[in-house]
Design a binder for this molecule. Structure first.
Ligand code: COA
Length: 183
C-alpha cells in the first residue's frame, strides 16, 4: 500500500466525507468530543483562514488527518489528529505529524503545541487533585494504560503544562510542545 500525504484542499468529496467519519471513529470511545459535530469540525479547515489540514491517503482512501490552528504568530496548535482505528499503530499518525511539522517549519513557525486530554484514565494524574503545585505534578506524569501523550513524547513533544479539571474534576488536559525551527 502506498501512503500519500495531501493538502485538505485537494481532497475529493468522498475523501472529505471520510475525514469526518475517521474523526468520529477515532474519538468514538470519548463521548462528547467535538460535541458530536464531526462534519462541521472538518468544514472549519476549509473555510477558516487561520486553520490548515493535511490528510493521509492509502490507495486514495483517506485513513487519517491532522489539522493546525494559527493561535500565536510563532506558535501554532496541532488540532485535531485522527487515524482510522482499523489502521492505527501502523505509522500513519507519525507520518502525519512529521509532514505537518515540515510544512510549518518551512513557514517559519517556531513551536507546535497541543492539548491531549486525559478524560478516560490513561495517565496516573487522572482523578487526582492537581492543586496546589500543578507544576510539581507534571514531573510525576506517567502513562498507565495507553494515552496519546506517549505517542507525542516519542515524536519529541514535551509536557509544558496541565489544565486541571478541563473535562470535569480529575480529568485534565495535558499541554505538550515541540520546537520546530531554529531561534
Ligand atoms: C493517537 C493516534 C493519532 C496515533 O496514530 P497511529 O497511526 O496509531 O500512531 P503510530 O503508529 O504512528 O505510533 C507511533 C508510536 O506511538 C505509539 N502510540 C500510538 N498510539 C498510542 C496511544 N494511544 N497510546 C500510547 N502510545 C501510542 C505507538 O505504539 C508507536 O510506538 P512504537 O513506534 O514504539 O511502536 C491514533 O491512535 C488515534 O487516532 N487515536 C485516537 C484519536 C486520538 O487520540 N488523537 C489524539 C488526541 S490528542
Amino acid at each position: 500500500m502506498m501512503l500519500r500525504i495531501v493538502e485538505f484542499d485537494d481532497l475529493t468529496r468522498q475523501q472529505r466525507a471520510d475525514a469526518a467519519r475517521v474523526l468520529a471513529d477515532a474519538f468514538a470511545d470519548r463521548p462528547g468530543s467535538f460535541d458530536g459535530k464531526f462534519k462541521e469540525e472538518v468544514d472549519t479547515f476549509f473555510v477558516d483562514d487561520d486553520r490548515d489540514a493535511i490528510a493521509a491517503l492509502e490507495d486514495d482512501v483517506l485513513v487519517g488527518w491532522v489539522g493546525c490552528i494559527e493561535t500565536y504568530d510563532h506558535a501554532w496548535e496541532l488540532h485535531p489528529l485522527a487515524v482510522d482505528p482499523s489502521v492505527q499503530r501502523g505509522g500513519i499518525g507519525t507520518a502525519l505529524v512529521r509532514a505537518l511539522e515540515a510544512r510549518l517549519r518551512a513557514e517559519g513557525v517556531l513551536t507546535l503545541y497541543l492539548g491531549t486530554d486525559d478524560e478516560f484514565g490513561g495517565t496516573n494524574l487522572y482523578g487526582v487533585d492537581l492543586f496546589p503545585d500543578v507544576a510539581g505534578k507534571i514531573a510525576t506524569l506517567a502513562e498507565t494504560s495507553g494515552h496519546p501523550f506517549a505517542f507525542y513524547q516519542k515524536l519529541g513533544y514535551e509536557v509544558v503544562g496541565l489544565i486541571p479539571d478541563a473535562n470535569g474534576f480529575g480529568k485534565p488536559d495535558i499541554m505538550m510542545a515541540k520546537r520546530l525551527g531554529g531561534v
